[in-house]
Write a protein that binds this ligand. Structure first.
Ligand code: MTE
Ligand code: MO
Length: 542
């Protein structure tokens, strides 16, 4: 084993300090950009833009695996992986700066420029969103050069006159010339450590502040007050008490906004203000038209109870909810633009670039397809599409329920595809009949007399005609149905069993639609057009 000489050690230490300078400069760059961006527009943060770009280009198989394995952690884990990659790259650039500062700072600048490019090429950003990145690049470069300078001083016996000169001097020393003065060396090491910890604290403060602005700043509350909803011209009938089976454990018929499931590809919720919102109807139409929020709110708005479902909902899953949506019928908006006969699809587009392909016929028939502005009596919450989104009864969200919607493009299925279609999902996405047992909970213990099985079933725009439950391997038995609110909403059901033997049991449910379709028991994965199979739960009778 070779013994390292003291100047070899110092040389390694110098590289380490240079590498640390690179990491800290990158942290300051990202932190400063992030905190400025979050105060004005989160999408302008290079971190967010990079994450969104990675999501956009990630191979679908990887994306699905990430969602399946990591669930809600997929976005944090993405940031973690990006962070680790970034640290390694920044350390490399920093260390390179010890010998080739010009090359290293050029690479640093090039990477920063790429990050800025990621910001501007996102559909939800404009040129002004480069300002946070530009300011941050200045801060990052200042840190890089400042720390490099301090990082080299201890080695070069106090030259401190620019990286190139310092390098020549310090390298001369490595060739065996005079040892740097140990007192000065430890003083300059302290100077580097001090500057480095100060910089680290600054970066951490930026990130922490950025987070808290995101959580408590203007994204919540006050600005939503800008949108004052008019009264609907046509209000929805009140949901009757009989629509609920009134069994503890079955979710309420109307899902409160705070409990409503959320699914989207947005890393940060787009911030679209009513004043800047405008919907354009383009493509295969006789006349392209557009409407702003003031005009939309003047129109006679309608309220409808509609159950929204995600195609990714697993059997027994809870990626669905029912709300009272208020909005303007899409049918009537389209009529103004007069679609050409060859059009058969509306490609709706969100401000963040997401698209959905909806069959034109579904948007022009009698059903309550809405350009919605209200959800359960309030403006749409930001994460549910503020200030406007689509809601179409009978279709899964990914082909119809575009949030932050800004364009309806009339086109053809043989000409255009939407976000999830490009990733292997069905282009049209009609909702399949499904049912779920909410009570008893899985593996629950229930008392012997009066075993109650209850839950919900849905087949939007067809409607639920019957629900049947099977105990163990017994016969299917008809459940008691709660009142139907509309064919576009879920329907609750319950069934009690008497004299069930103590011990382990299983309950299975299936639904039948008004058009006579019986829910299939064949198990199938969600991709390409929803999971199928009966929900079955096991429980114990005491
Ligand atoms: N802009 C945008 N709209 C979107 C999506 C999206 O990723 N981006 N996801 C869709 C999907 S897959 C579903 S299931 C519904 C969910 O709506 P929610 O989050 O309000 O429940 O939104 C749809 N609208
Ligand atoms: Mo979805």
């Amino acid at each position: 084993m070779q013994v390292m000489t003291s100047h070899q050690w110092r040389r390694i230490a110098a590289y380490r300090r240079h590498a640390a300078a690179g990491v800290l400069a990158a942290a300051v760059l990202l932190g400063v950009a992030d905190v400025i961006a979050r105060a004005f527009r989160p999408a302008a943060s290079p971190l967010v833009a990079l994450g969104s770009t990675v999501i956009e280009f990630a191979p679908p198989a990887l994306q699905e695996t990430a969602i399946a394995v990591l669930g809600p952690w997929n976005k944090p884990v993405l940031f973690l992986v990006m962070g680790l990659g970034g640290v390694v790259m920044a350390a490399g650039i920093g260390a390179l700066g010890r010998r080739l500062p010009r090359v290293a700072s050029t690479i640093f600048l090039a990477v920063a420029a790429l990050l800025s490019a990621a910001v501007v090429r996102r559909p939800e950003t404009a040129a002004a969103d480069l300002i946070p990145s530009a300011l941050a690049i200045v801060a990052g470069l200042a840190v890089l050069f400042g720390l490099w300078r301090l990082a080299g001083v201890g080695v070069a016996a106090g030259s401190g006159q620019g990286p190139a000169r310092r390098r020549a001097e310090s390298d001369a020393q490595w060739e065996g010339e005079a040892e740097p003065d140990p007192v000065r060396r430890s003083a300059s090491r302290r100077a580097f450590l001090g500057a480095a910890s100060g910089t680290a604290a600054l970066a951490i403060a930026c990130f922490a502040l950025g987070r808290s602005i995101g959580a408590f700043g203007r994204t919540t509350g006050e600005r939503l007050a800008e949108l004052v909803l008019p009264r609907p011209a046509r209000a929805a009938a009140r949901v009757p008490a009989a629509a609920s089976v009134d069994v503890v454990g079955v979710p309420p018929f109307i899902t409160p906004n705070d409990d409503f499931y959320r699914i989207d590809t947005a890393l940060v919720v787009p911030e679209l203000e009513p004043g800047e919102w405008r919907l354009r109807i383009t493509g295969l139409v006789e006349e392209e038209i557009s409407i702003d929020m003031a005009e939309l709110l003047e129109l006679p708005l309608e309220e409808h109870h509609v159950t929204l479902t995600c195609v990714s909902n697993p059997v027994g899953g809870d990626l669905l909810g029912t709300a009272t949506w208020m909005g303007y019928p899409v049918r009537q908006l389209l009529a103004r633009a007069r679609p050409l006969p060859e059009a058969d699809m509306v490609l709706s587009r969100s401000v963040d670039g997401f698209t959905a392909s909806t069959p034109l016929e579904v948007l022009t028939d009698e059903r309550a397809a809405l350009l919605a502005v209200g959800m359960n009596g309030e403006p749409l919450p930001r994460q549910h599409g503020y200030p406007a989104r689509l809601v179409v009864p009978g279709l899964y969200g990914y082909v119809s329920a575009t949030k932050w919607v800004v364009e309806l493009h009339l086109t053809r299925f043989d000409r255009d595809t939407a976000y999830w279609t490009d990733r292997g999902w069905d282009a049209r996405g009609p909702v399949l009949v499904a049912s779920r047992i909410d009570v008893p909970g899985p593996l629950a213990t229930v008392p012997r007399d009066g075993v109650v099985v209850a839950g919900t079933a849905w087949a939007q725009h067809d409607g639920i005609a019957a629900v049947e439950v099977k105990l163990d391997d017994g016969d299917w038995q008809a459940a008691e149905l709660a009142a139907e609110v509309s064919v576009d909403t879920w329907r609750q059901w319950r069934l009690s069993f008497d004299g069930v033997e103590p011990g382990r049991h299983a309950a299975t449910v299936r639904a039948v639609t008004t058009s006579g379709e019986v829910q299939t028991g064949v198990r199938r994965d969600p991709i390409p057009n929803a999971a199928t199979g009966h929900h079955r739960i096991e429980f114990r009778v005491a």
